[in-house]
Write a protein that binds this ligand. Structure first.
Ligand code: 4AD
Ligand code: MG
Length: 436
């Protein structure tokens, strides 16, 4: 075969080329060898496999080149694809040629164990390794499935600004910045803009970064995270909860369908994930959740917000994602609708994931009363000037509406089974981490 007729392929497509000579652009992950053989562990961003160089089959020079290759050097390898029952991938290459493209010397992430801090200092390189590869491919599926789901449901994507003058989720966790002499904040939520969008397009969703100057160092908090915020005109809370369940089940189903390889690489239990797609999700009122916690020796009283131990207990108790409904007004955002029967409570729900992954969704029906919202904004010590445009939405044809926010990285940790939220985003931002 001449050089021109050799197809250039990606590793993931190797199964279609058994018995054929192909060329693949790849990086070297690791290497083993003896005097007669060199086994190159390769990756190309689509999959991982092994290329075998036999001294007997190639020139002495090529065999030397193969033996000298260093971790993360890049190359074109040419050879025949064979089936290989012993490897996970099931296919390997018998190499006939190697063209080195980029050398690599003293690559810092060696095959030995490294500490997490070190790996995240080297995140720009660590992205190439198996765990980040699998986790971030699943993240990508969640993003793609989000667009599919909401497009199918007749939503339009509405882009909210990231520089804002409002702080709807409270003023304690704000990143402030100077905007040509005015105070501005990095957006905590796109919700208020989504509400304006829902009055224009009926059903919208925003998807973008959210910024919160969370000082607490937990395995569930980032200072910059990505949030999907659907907002629906003429939806009451019941209709919103039903949509939330179907959305979460859809996300899990798509990952099970498209990321079997990645779930296996991460050792995630697929049957367990499948069990989370059975609807409906259980629903418990905040009041009953408090009683349940008290009966199980938690030191909590009506009015407190749940911490991580409480959330973990509640979701594990139901062994499914569970909605905690109707929280005390005092611990929730100003825009949430007052409960018709109980003025201390709002028509809200948090969706808690099982296995300790915490709150994946926060949402509510929105209050529609102009005077009430005005008073609540003032009570929060915020300036009405920044919210006049929002209050306009209640002046001109206000309708009942509801919405929610799903934290993408929380969802990624839940689906992948990752312990820490820093794994769920390419370049995490936390109190102590701004680089790389
Ligand atoms: O519950 P939150 O604060 O709700 C809102 O921002 C509303 N405006 C949403 C809405 O109704 N449109 O945040 C929503 C979700 C949480 O349930 C959680 O999954 C995630 O965003 N989240 C975080 N994820 C990572 N790091 C943080 N610091 C997060 N804060 C919230
Ligand atoms: Mg919340």
């Amino acid at each position: 075969m001449t050089e021109q007729t050799i197809p250039t392929i990606q590793i993931k497509d190797a199964p279609q080329y058994v018995g054929q000579t192909v060329k693949i652009g790849a990086w070297l992950r690791n290497k083993r060898g003896s005097g007669k053989m060199a086994f190159l562990q390769l990756r190309d961003g689509t999959a991982f496999f092994q290329a075998v160089v036999a001294k007997a089959d190639v020139s002495e020079e090529l065999f030397e080149t193969a033996k000298e290759l260093k971790q993360e050097s890049s190359m074109y390898v040419t050879g025949v694809i064979n089936q290989d029952e012993r490897s996970k991938f099931g296919y390997e290459m018998k190499v006939s040629d190697i063209q080195v493209i980029g050398e690599s010397h003293d690559y810092p992430i060696t095959p030995k164990e490294h500490g997490t801090e070190f790996l995240f200092d080297e995140r720009h390189l660590y992205l190439r390794h198996i765990k980040p590869f699998a986790t971030l491919k699943i993240r990508n599926t969640l993003i793609a499935a989000t667009y599919e789901f909401f497009n199918n449901e007749g939503f339009i994507k509405l882009d909210a600004p990231l520089l804002t003058g409002s702080a709807p989720e409270g003023t304690t966790e704000l990143f402030e910045t100077d905007y040509f002499g005015q105070d501005a904040y990095l957006s905590q939520t796109g919700q208020l803009y989504a509400e304006a969008g829902a009055m224009a397009f009926s059903k919208v969703f925003t998807f973008g970064p959210a910024f919160r100057a969370e000082k607490s160092k937990t395995r569930r908090h980032l200072t910059e995270f990505w949030m999907i915020e659907p907002e629906m005109a003429f939806f009451d809370q019941e209709a919103s909860l039903e949509l939330q369940e179907r959305y979460v089940a859809f996300l899990i189903e798509k990952v099970l369908e498209r990321n079997e390889q990645e779930l296996d690489l991460l050792g995630r239990d697929k049957d367990l994930l499948k069990s989370y797609t059975q609807l409906p999700f259980p629903r418990v009122s905040y009041d009953d959740a408090i009683k349940l916690l008290q009966d199980n020796d938690f030191d909590v009283e009506w009015g407190v917000d749940f911490g991580s131990p409480e959330e973990t207990f509640l979701a594990n108790h139901f062994s499914k994602p569970v909605f905690i409904m109707n929280f005390p007004k005092a611990i929730k955002a100003f825009y949430m609708k007052r409960h018709p029967e109980c003025e201390d409570v709002v028509v809200s729900a948090d969706l808690l994931a099982p296995e300790g992954y915490g709150e994946i969704i926060g949402g509510s029906e929105r209050d529609t009363d102009y005077d009430y919202l005005k008073q609540r904004i003032e009570e929060e010590g915020q300036s009405l000037e920044d919210y006049n445009w929002y209050l306009d939405l209640r002046k001109f044809g206000s309708v009942p509406h509801s919405g929610f926010g799903l934290g993408l990285e929380r969802m990624v940790t839940f689906v992948t089974g990752e312990e820490h939220i820093r794994e769920a985003i390419p370049f995490p931002r936390m109190t102590h981490r701004l680089r790389p």
